[in-house]
Design a protein around this ligand. Sequence first.
Ligand SMILES: Cc1cc2nc3c(=O)[nH]c(=O)nc-3n(C[C@H](O)[C@H](O)[C@H](O)COP(=O)(O)OP(=O)(O)OC[C@H]3O[C@@H](n4cnc5c(N)ncnc54)[C@H](O)[C@@H]3O)c2cc1C
Length: 379
Amino acid sequence: MTYDAIIIGIGGMGSAAAWHLAKRGQRVLGLERFDIPHAMGSSHGVNRIIRLPYYEDPAYVPLLRRAYENWRALEAASGERVLFTFGSLDAGPEQGEIFPGALASAELHGLAYEALTGAQINARFPGYNLPAGTRGIFQPEGGFVMSERAIIAHVRAAQAAGAEIHARERVLGWEAKPRGEGVTVTTEHGRYEAARLILSAGAWMADLVPSLVRLAVPERQVLAWLQPTAPALFTPERFPVFNLEVEEGRYYGFPVWDIPGFKFGRYHHRGETGPAETQRREVDAEDEALLRAFAARYFPEGNGPTMGLRACLFTNTPDEHFILDRLPEHPQVVVASPCSGHGYKFCSVVGEILADLASGDGTTPHDIGFLSLDRLQTR
Ligand SMILES: Cc1cc2nc3c(=O)[nH]c(=O)nc-3n(C[C@H](O)[C@H](O)[C@H](O)COP(=O)(O)OP(=O)(O)OC[C@H]3O[C@@H](n4cnc5c(N)ncnc54)[C@H](O)[C@@H]3O)c2cc1C
């Protein structure tokens, strides 16, 4: 059988693309090397932050608004709640990166927000113990997406719309036919043909597109869950998700949810980069000590017994913005590398964009010019 589209990698992005393509009546084959879901890639560990004030670049805000709509549409289609909003806090020094960036994007896009001092944050959300001089943007629509459950919800909705998904079938290679006329994909179990191909292989992207080896670089991260000593301060109602810039670096965190611990991590944890296959999946005492030192200083009542520690992979581009584009030499092939540590929240809109790029005339009404491949290749 020939498919309209094959998707390589059914993680966060690929599962969303499968649903959006299938509900448009496209014949879809999704190929995943591990299970659905699994804990070897970038999307495991219960949940991921979603927030509207976007210090990384305000150009993401229109995509985020659509992401919120699409998360709710997924909930309606799947019957499963995946998006929880209790508020977000983007905080750091007044002249740092996070606070002024979040403030500027909130102003530019007319978002509801409150600008708070460190003392106000500590008084209102007493799990926090931020230094004097900290400034923060509290935004009421922030929260988290249940990342593993959302992969399942996307796959179930895609299957209900007719998509075929194969787990535990690793893709060994793909070939584009000349003049944009389709692709052949070879796996451990067979060969498949399709008109279009989506590469959403996360940390393994460069195995499938070697020219991306320096543009999509895997990096080991570690997540911690610590049991709070004052649990009432770490409930979602009293503890917004955060992005926080402090002298030790940039960190993010969540209220207690599912696993009984305050969850947090440090961006670019210990700077361990390299091919996905070479990244250590076990967690050691140095990982834990680094994260505990942060909790002890800024969230002292969140620094109780360890409930869990897990390694996970970022895939970083040089400017830490996503890649969402068709390959110039093969326009029937779409690449999606929306990670650099902040991509999950966008899965629901990225799935729609990938469906646009891999069907019809291959264009999307969403403004994704700032995520093009050529911005990186012309550097
Ligand atoms: C610790 C951590 C914390 C994060 N926190 C946040 C956050 O709070 N908010 C946020 O928005 N984002 C966050 N992110 C980023 C976000 O999780 C990623 O952007 C997102 O998970 C990327 O999804 P993906 O589909 O690209 O990758 P994945 O979900 O990993 O999917 C890629 C899939 O491709 C499969 N695959 C690869 N090669 C092959 C092959 N040859 N054949 C078949 N299948 C293949 C893999 O097995 C995998 O399932 C975080 C990431 C990490 C690691």
